[in-house]
Design a protein around this ligand. Sequence first.
Ligand SMILES: Cc1ncc(COP(=O)(O)O)c(C=O)c1O
Length: 385
Amino acid sequence: MVNWPTIRAHFPGISCGTYLNTASIGLIPDVSISALENFIRQRCFGNIFWLEWYSALDDIRTHVSRLINANYEEIAFVQNTSMGLNLIANSINWQSGDNIVINDLEFPTNVFPWQVVAKRYNLELRCVRNVNGMLRKEDFEKVVDERTKTIAVSWVEFGNGFVNDLRFLSKLAHENGALLVVDGIQGVGALKIDVKAMGVDILVCGFQKWLLGIGSGFLYIDENVLGDLKVPFAGWLSDKDPYAFDFREYEPASGAKRFELGSPSFADALVARESLRFIAGIGIENIEKRDLELISYLRKRLAELDRVIFMTPEGTLSPILTFKLEGIDTKSLLEYLLERNIYVSVRLGALRVSPHFYNNAGDIDRLLNALIDFSKSSRQKICRK
Ligand SMILES: Cc1ncc(COP(=O)(O)O)c(C=O)c1O
């Protein structure tokens, strides 16, 4: 059994008040903070520790591949989710008239790169529209055809936490000769993912949210897909032989590493390595169970209130819950919560609450009490049913 109070004590950020905003940015455990402090002390000495820092990328490959059930060679360290998606959008061998399937719940970073390549290569963008916050299988089936080259989706949607069925989408993509490209940032680190079992071709994920890092991210490319991707950019670290500094012909490094172009942010990498170790120490199954328990407790407590409108579809299994209180201005409510050091976000004009395993039922109770107090002080009251 995991001792959650002990785990919580590893997060100095908990002292800020009530932090329920991991979908925006996660907290960082003390061990990762120490890794960062150690880095800056070492960095005073120029390049002496370079190889040691660089080895963090290989450790990240090991941890990430275990976390998502991929192979070591299939993981690259990238600047951020946006860069990972852009690298992929610029690697696919587009033919004029191909189409890309996106949807209207995506974060802009999984829309804009596709718009750019669509213009450049004369591709068609097909958008699946959500129905009551859900992306329905039948609506994907209607737009995917043999000219579809990519279905681009988030695993967990950032606004309302809706979880896409990746097994279904990969089957649909593969039956039509398309790739399934997934933005995993709102799920990986909170929920268990198995890219092989789910048939995900490409997964991109930043470290800064559920993986408890500062920034940067990883790119997973299935080994069977790598050969079909063009090399979009090249740099010294993406070459087969990075330390041969002679003038020569570029040869891409083997595996996904060819997408790592130049000097990485070691601060990000060293923190990510430590946080991934920390997560592995707890176990992703335990984390998933804990996160889903916290979110269902939140849903249950909210359902006890009058006039709650859930934007997150019922039955959603993710650590994001978005809701409005009928007749209450969400922005004023957010300000009221911030004044009380309760941290959540506004998305889709509603409050988005996103607890992670370092939270507890007390945090959720504090949020609920504040919602009730706010309603008492505002003219339009919400009350217990
Ligand atoms: C779904 C989604 N993708 C990507 C990002 C962030 O992208 P990046 O890592 O490039 O900042 C966010 C949130 O900031 C997000 O919610």
